[in-house]
Design a protein around this ligand. Sequence first.
Ligand code: ASP
Length: 349
Amino acid sequence: MSVKSSRLVAAIAALGMASVSHAASPVLVIHGGAGVIKREMSPARDKAVRAALTLALKNGYAQLKAGKPAVDAVAAAITVLEDDPNFNAGKGSVFTHDGKNELDAAIMDGNTLEAGSVAGVHRVKNPILLARAVMEKSQHVMLVGEGAEEFARQAGIELVDPSYFRTDERWQQLQKALKEDAEHTKHSDVETAKHFGTVGAVALDADGHLAAGTSTGGMNDKRWGRVGDSPIIGAGTYANSGCAVSGTGWGEYYIRTVAAHEICMRVTQMRVPLRRAAAEVINQEIPSMGGNGGAIAVDANGTVTMPFNTDGMYRGWIGADGVPHVAIYGDEDDGTAEPLPAAESNSGP
Ligand code: ASP
């Protein structure tokens, strides 16, 4: 490729437009939330979480191997984690201050730059599927609350009784937070970001196209219709032709740093290598403001990164060899631990 034409390709990619595609080796990356995840977790829970992450990777990767688009893999992987009560998404979501489960989700197709998201829903079994329906079947990008549920009915998305989402563990987490509220003691779940548990996926498909998705119950004891970063395109979820990101962490900070878009813009506009771009935003910018959390990301070359600044992050990826790689703790090798690429931005071809 001549320097001129490669610059043109780079310029198109930088705009996040759909024009560049090539045969690629599919990759799927997932997370099940970042937080205080210590090795004192029970062996049974450790095993159940790893099994769920493995199943999500296998189901999502099967879509990619069958030649399906990245959005199919993202939706398939996230659906598994939404259905599993160990994660703060779908069944097993945290409770609001008022004792409800209020769910948010988003999906973005990096090839078309189309996106769909939902926030504050109480009856949608798999919010990621509703977000996808918003993207594909409505003229809007983001629907909230009762209107989103009315659209779900019309789009044939499965609705359940709100009690479906309840787990006793999450209920006890809320009781603890309410007690702290009443005693005016430090709200440990917010102060120390104890455990988040949001789920997300990013994928590169065989056509070289990227997608990202995220689903969450939000944060324990949230009030007044609070919406976090997960369903906000650019904050917790973003994909273009060169980069796909799903975040998990203290959502207010991800919104204020527009974290997912910020990572992708560094990659596609500033030509910063993906792993460095993600580390800068997740491990420098967000903590410097007082926030914490993690993210998963993949670029158009299939480079995978999973940075986090908490004790652990449920995470995994699967690539060319078809072997699921799953990790939980911060000191656990997840197969992506090469040294970070140099800090100076890559000036391109
Ligand atoms: N980012 C989510 C939120 O703030 C929480 C999480 O990642 O678990 O709603």
